[in-house]
Design a protein. Structure first.
Length: 515
């Protein structure tokens, strides 16, 4: 929205307020708070759309409408519509625009059938989209094709956008990162700084989407002049299955929260770098209570990642398993005016089982912008496999320089096959109070290490089922790891299972604080 458009809108609203005070209904509010119905089976586009019996049939009347505060657009269950569905206008904090379903039955489906965006939420704020199914399959892949695109373009800050209980599937967008397609895509772009405030995506099921699952992109990420991050972004309780590349990726955010999501089989078809859950150009991201599995390949292929131009990322209380590329990536090139590097990452109280199962590295730290990384109280379990000779437990390498000040503390590295360590020219890498079980070659120097040959006192390692069934990684009563760790400042206050972790006093090695 241009400055001229903003002034016009403010002028109209001010005039409207005066009319309301006089007791009349202004022209721009006559349809506010009204409900419109669409019935793809029995509707009629010549009808009013105001009652279920007067429902529209197609999206013809929908796409040309400017939606206002309190408006509702409802599609009857068990119906299918040829897209695109294009939504414009906006609600208010007390009267959002809502788009969803009426009647009992399966979700109404919007079929893009090869358009760029099957559903476009264009420069809207205070809008809620829920209970729809969206597909977008064309004869060939298309650059930037999406199932649902939420766009903030030359508009400043858009507030209060909520996507809930959507099914977005079968989107055959580009598999190339530079022109990536996506299931659900939130994009901030233009010449005027634009962003989201309060974008929330919850309980959505994203299935067979290329390239990505649930991701963002922003043009306003430079630290030198155009840093304009989105605020209060929440991705919660979503299921991402069988996506071609990245599964969940906040981009250009301050304080994003990514929690209680499940990722199963990401990076299934792309040939470039992709990972499970990771931020790009974000500050203070919290990634917690997620389960990520089934990533294919080793470019990058990890379950979790703290990446380029990110500060103060926290990755905690997650379960990573059966990811071919490993458990964790922390990476970023040398800092500069545009890029902050990848600094002050904290990775704590996570469990990794059978990651890197074809022989890859488990933890990968790369780049001269990586500073002050803290990796503590995690459990890394590498099972026996006669077909895999060895793994690299920790690999550090170069990307425009080498990492500096990386601290590993209180972790349990439990392996049933040989693992090695590669530190290259990384500077000030320290290990304290870690536990090493199994065949570790070139084990790092850890003056307070606990070294055991078989079981370090876990209930039944290697028996993880899902995020809620990991009892095998609890400490037994006689475990030598109990109270064998060092205290960590600002430790999050809890272990993997929610038990309190003392700020002062003895703590345990691994993800379980036994009391």
């Amino acid at each position: 929205m241009s400055n001229e458009q903003r002034i016009t809108r403010r002028t109209v609203l001010a005039a409207g307020a005066a009319v309301l005070a006089a007791g009349a209904m202004p022209w721009w509010d006559r349809d506010a708070g009204r409900t419109f119905y669409v019935d793809g089976a029995d509707g009629d586009d010549e009808a009013s759309g105001r009652e279920p019996g007067e429902a529209w049939k197609t999206l013809r009347n929908v796409n040309g409408r400017e939606w206002g505060p309190g408006d509702r657009l409802l599609f009857v269950a068990d119906t299918v519509y040829e897209g695109p569905l294009e939504l414009r206008g906006g609600g208010s904090p007390v009267a959002p625009v809502t788009v969803g379903q009426y009647g009992r039955g399966v979700r109404p489906r919007i079929e893009g059938r090869g358009v760029r965006d099957a559903v476009l939420v264009d420069n809207m704020e205070w809008v809620q989209l829920r209970d729809l199914e969206v597909t977008n399959t064309g004869e060939e892949r298309m650059d930037w094709r999406t199932g649902v695109r939420v766009r903030a373009h030359n508009c400043g800050t858009l507030k209060g956008i909520v996507l809930e209980d959507l099914v977005v599937r079968d989107v055959n967008g580009s598999l190339v990162k530079e022109t990536e397609g996506c299931g659900i895509y939130a994009v901030a772009s233009g010449d005027e700084p634009s962003r989201f405030d309060g974008l929330r995506v919850e309980r959505c099921h994203v299935l067979r989407t290329d390239r990505n699952g649930l991701c963002m992109r922003s043009s306003f990420i430079g630290r030198d002049s155009d840093w304009f991050p989105s605020l209060n972004v929440v991705f919660r309780g979503n299921l991402i299955e069988d996506c071609g590349g990245d599964a969940i990726k906040p981009w250009g955010c301050e304080g994003a929260l990514v929690e209680h999501n499940r990722v199963d089989k990401a990076r299934q078809r792309c040939e470039d770098y992709a990972a499970g859950i990771w931020p790009w150009s974000c500050d203070n991201t919290v990634i917690q209570f997620n389960e990520v599995s089934g990533l294919k390949g080793t470019l990058d292929g990890q379950g979790f990642d703290s990446d380029y131009n990110c500060r103060d990322t926290v990755i905690q209380y997650n379960y990573s398993h059966d990811n071919e590329g490993g458990f964790l990536l922390v990476c970023g090139p040398e800092r500069g005016d545009y890029c902050a590097g990848c600094v002050d990452t904290v990775v704590r109280y996570n469990i990794s089982e059978n990651d890197g199962f074809t022989g890859a590295r488990l933890i990968h730290v790369s780049g001269g912008g990586v500073r002050r990384t803290r990796i503590y109280n995690n459990v890394i379990y590498v099972p026996e496999d006669p077909e895999v000779e060895s793994n690299i437990m920790v690999k550090m390498d170069e990307w425009d320089g080498w990492a500096e000040d990386t601290f590993f503390a209180n972790n349990l590295f439990l392996t049933r096959r040989p693992v090695t360590y590669e530190f290259g020219e990384a500077r000030d890498t320290r290990y304290r109070h870690n536990a090493f079980t199994g065949p570790h070659e070139d084990m790092p120097d850890d003056p307070e290490a606990v070294v055991t040959s078989n079981n370090p006192g876990l209930a039944d390692p290697g028996t993880g089922e899902n995020l809620r069934e990991l009892e095998g990684y609890r400490l037994t009563a006689d475990s030598p790891l109990t109270d064998a760790a060092r205290e960590m400042e600002d430790n999050g206050g809890r272990d993997f299972w929610g038990n309190a972790v003392a700020e002062n006093g003895p703590v345990s090695i691994g993800a379980h604080e036994r009391r």
